[in-house]
Design a protein around this ligand. Sequence first.
Ligand SMILES: [Zn+2]
Ligand SMILES: [Zn+2]
Length: 891
Amino acid sequence: MTTTGEERERGFDHTEVEPRWQRTWDEADVFRIDDDETDPEYVLAMFPYTSGELHMGHVRNYTITDAYARFERMRGESVLHPMGWDSFGLPAENAAEERDTNPRDWTMQCIDSMREQLTEMGFGYDWERELATCEPEYYQWNQWLFKQFREEGLVERQAAELNWCPSCETVLADEQVEGEDELCWRCDTPIEAREMDQWFFTITDYAEELLEDLDDLDGWPNNVREMQRNWIGKQEGASVAFEVGDYGDVDIFTTRLDTIHGATFFSLAPGHPVAQEIAADNEEVAEYIEMAEDADEDDLDVTSGVFTGEYATNPATGEEIPVYVADYVLTDVGTGALYAVPAHDERDHEFAEAHDIDIVQVVEPTEDADADPDDIDVQEAAYTEDGVLVNSGEFDSLTSEEARDRFVSEFDGEHRTEYNLRDWGISRQRYWGTPIPMIHCDDCGYVEVPDEDLPVELPEFVHTTGNPLDAAEEWKQVDCPDCGADAVRETDTMDTFVDSSWYFLRYTSPDLDDAPFDAERASDWMPVDQYVGGIEHAVMHLLYARFFTKVLDDLDMVDGVREPFTNLTNQGMVLGEDGNKMSKSLGNGVSPQRIIEEYGADTARLFIMEAAQPEKEFAWSPEGVQSAHSFLQNVYTLVSEYSEGEVDTGDAGDIADYVAREIDATAANATAEFEDFRFNHALQAVRELVSLLRRYQEATTPDADTFERGLATAAKLLAPVAPHAAEEMWAELDRDGLIAEAEWPAAEAPDDYETERQLVENTREDVRDIVDTVGIEDPQTITLAVAPQWKHRVLDLARNADGNVVGTVMQDEELREQGEAAADFAKEIAGRAQSLDEQLPPEREQTALERAAWLVEREFGAEVVVQGPEEAASDLVGKAGPGRPAIDIEE
Ligand SMILES: [Zn+2]
Ligand SMILES: [Zn+2]
């Protein structure tokens, strides 16, 4: 659509309008929420990392929550919609290095700039609740919570493998290890793996509850729940002991105890204590273990392993099977040892083939299985399904399930459940994070920093090759809180996922200085009702936040809240115009700043919300942006023409009735779509309403009340998504107050709206067909004749008739009076009687057609006459059916 000079003049100037409304909202405290509100609607976007730049992904994320928050606010809800900053992390340290500044100054600059960009987008946050995780006022509570967790027995020291640069003598984050050769980012020295003790939260204590509660998270996408299930990785199985050489009993964990008779070798993880013992006397094994420990995870080869020269005794058969040390057995999964059954496990099969080990089948398909036992050749490929036992001595013909149950007691094992979930290592050897509030004393070991000494604040940043906290000598040296002797502070800082695991609680009482959050208010305001963010957080952030919430409830800090987020939406990606992910290297990125300047924030917001449902990805489209921009200008122009008295108004009538019903239906429809997060559908409905109002104005002199109500409704329905333009329209309509605080339009669809809409649509379609088929060039009069009452009666009887439609109809005394005609009509509809919809009664059908007649008149440029069954010519009315008026067109 082109913009004419006049329209441009009529439209609004977003560069003037948008900042003005932003200031007005701010001054009117529209987005503030009082502490004494009861259970507000809590709408939250995952808070941004403070990179300094808002990108389109952010814009989409925050437009979704802002639109929803505004929608709920207009519906009369009190809404909590806060914003904060995930502001610790390595990138700030890198940026500080590059720019010769320090992480704090750089981060604060980023925050200022991002806050400004968010404001320019028109996002309505309660800025009084703003928080930044890098502020001591926030991170002191990480430290305090760490101590609470420790008291609960949820903090442990555990060994973990870290990246170590021997030249810089420092631990490196994974992001600091570069390239396939794994070089130190700073000095290009190949890094080494080094095992060091680290701080861990024992999230595994909550594995079962974290898993089980996923079933009740109905408001979460299934794929996220499935990803968490897989991450937790529950396996139910059994453990039994194999005697290994002179090293005694070694426990294995298996989910397939039924296959034990088919075990032809035994494998130990390189880190297993028995493997280490063997290595002490066996050079080949020692070399293999060293090699395996140096290897990267990606180098894992299923067939890599070394024979130890030892044998294990199978408790089921008494046979001795060779013992290998193999990389594919993970030390921290199960027991780090397993018996291998190449006939029934793919990995074992591959290993057995590579090492020339026997493959013995002990399970075959049951009779009712899809597979034919004769088609199974375990020498070729493992058969991994359950079945019935063979080659298992006295246990042959047991089912796999029976065998699994029986073998536990038979071979002195025990039932056992294992999880893939590991404890959460929170130690980071970096500066820009929360200092872990521990002190190490040579005599007392690790001692907590007393509460009165919290927060442990970060010392001045120093540029160093290693961890700046390690280099902060003065900061590091303290007296032991227990014995007073010289002691040293912990120099590790916390994983930034700790910061984001409870920030949603802090928003409820962001300034509280004697607790992380107000327990009573948090209990009332939580859980978050709508949480929106990227799918990349499906596992870590969302799992850690769930873990924290459960622990906090167990600490009596959030009364009975065991899940933090009731509903979760993962917004899809905004792709570049070329359909690829936006990236610097492809040069296909679109800067929000540029769009705001050129078209305004509302255009960006409207385009993004119209382009697709929140979960779907979509490609940036200049045409789409243009269309959103023109639409907003057009609605505004329509409003201002009306308010300037340029729209001649007249009396109410059939057309006004029609438009009034459409207004109500649009409000009802848009409301339902907003509730379901299908903003694009809601916005489509608004576009249709605006187009209808245009046609109304063109067709006749509209009724002022109806027309104005239509404009006000369109403005209100647009307000969540295009808030500045909507305020401007509201002001043009001379309404009181702000549209952001106006009442959402009543959302009841008119009676029989769908039936009537279908009737009108079918009728227009039928007229179109006739005009096309007959080839009518210039129709003068279109007569629509409504079917008589008795046909409606036939329809009703037919719809409810059980089988014999014609018989049922003809038994009806009233219809018998219609004679042959009733029988004919009954025959006509008998075949599809069950699938026929209920129709409006004749007089309502006539009213509906009269209301919609103007649309037919406009479309065909003809006069439209709607006739009741009494007034219409009998040969015409004879052709009419319920919901299908007879049509006569005169040229
Ligand atoms: Zn280095
Ligand atoms: Zn001490």
